[in-house]
Ligand binder design. Structure first.
Ligand code: 6GU
Length: 255
């Protein structure tokens, strides 16, 4: 997968050299190119922002550096990329979107800063890449710029690529892969500072362990993410993720 990141803070993307993402890059599974937006300015001060027309607080990113940066990046084909613009006004990123993005050969991230990017850059991008521009938010809070969002999105996407995670099985039994949060996990020692590992996990009884883990997932999801339980309750009974009678009994116990 090819990834381009346009930013005025290339150093913010340094963590993409680390850990599994860094390894995937060194192994050629990921080709990450970080571009400094200021390289596409022509004035002595390498200006990327200016005051907003109509007045108001803060600064707006000027369109010209963005136009030249997009020209340069889009001129290097494999194909047509998907352009992702991180921002708090976007559609909320989730595991479903991570899976969609993992199926793309080429993602371009345009990181805004200040109060935002001149709106004409979005319009221009949509003309250049019809139906291939998405504004994406991490959630309902405000960051100073898109760079941290790119780190999060790239990590969520890259770990879904074949070969990036050694143990592919660890990808399926995960929070958000099947509508429930993960069950609690334990390792040795069996007693630590007076806290015991649940007896069932030491029992060797596979069926009881499976049911206990499912129950814990249900209880935890109900407590922390009632919206996710509500969504599962809406599924038709024949849906593969639909709650069964034992599931409903556990949820009713908890209230
Ligand atoms: Cl993607 N960008 C910014 N600037 N703030 C955010 C965000 C993104 N997601 C949540 N807040």
């Amino acid at each position: 997968m090819r990834l381009d990141v346009l930013t005025i803070f290339p150093d913010y993307l340094a963590p993409l050299d680390l850990s599994l993402i860094g390894k995937a890059r060194r192994e050629g599974l990921l080709d990450v190119q970080v571009h400094d937006l200021r390289e596409f300015t022509h004035d002595r001060h390498r200006t990327v922002d200016d005051t907003p027309y109509g007045g108001g607080a803060g600064m707006v990113m000027r369109p010209e550096p963005w136009g030249e940066a997009l020209d340069t990046v889009l001129a290097q084909p494999p194909v047509q990329p998907l352009l992702l613009i991180p921002g708090p006004g976007g559609e909320v990123f989730n595991q479903h979107m991570a899976r969609e993005l993992a199926g793309e050969p080429w993602l371009v991230f345009a990181c805004g800063r200040y109060e935002g990017i001149d709106e004409r850059v979005y319009l221009e991008a949509q003309e250049r890449l019809p139906g291939r521009v998405r504004v994406v938010s991490l959630g309902d809070y405000v960051l100073n710029g898109g760079e941290v969002a790119v780190l999060a999105i790239v990590e969520a996407v890259a770990r879904l690529l074949p070969g990036v995670i050694g143990n592919a099985a660890s990808l399926v039994e995960e929070s958000h892969e099947d509508g429930l949060l993960e069950y609690p996990v334990y390792t040795k020692p069996p007693t630590w500072r007076g806290h015991e590992v649940p007896e069932v996990l030491l029992s060797g009884h596979h069926g009881r362990i499976e049911r206990w883990r499912r129950d814990e997932r249900l209880r935890r999801t109900q407590a922390r993410r009632p919206d996710m339980i509500a969504a599962l309750r809406e599924l038709p009974a024949d849906h593969p993720l639909a709650l069964g009678p034992a599931d409903r009994a556990v949820l009713d116990e908890q209230g």
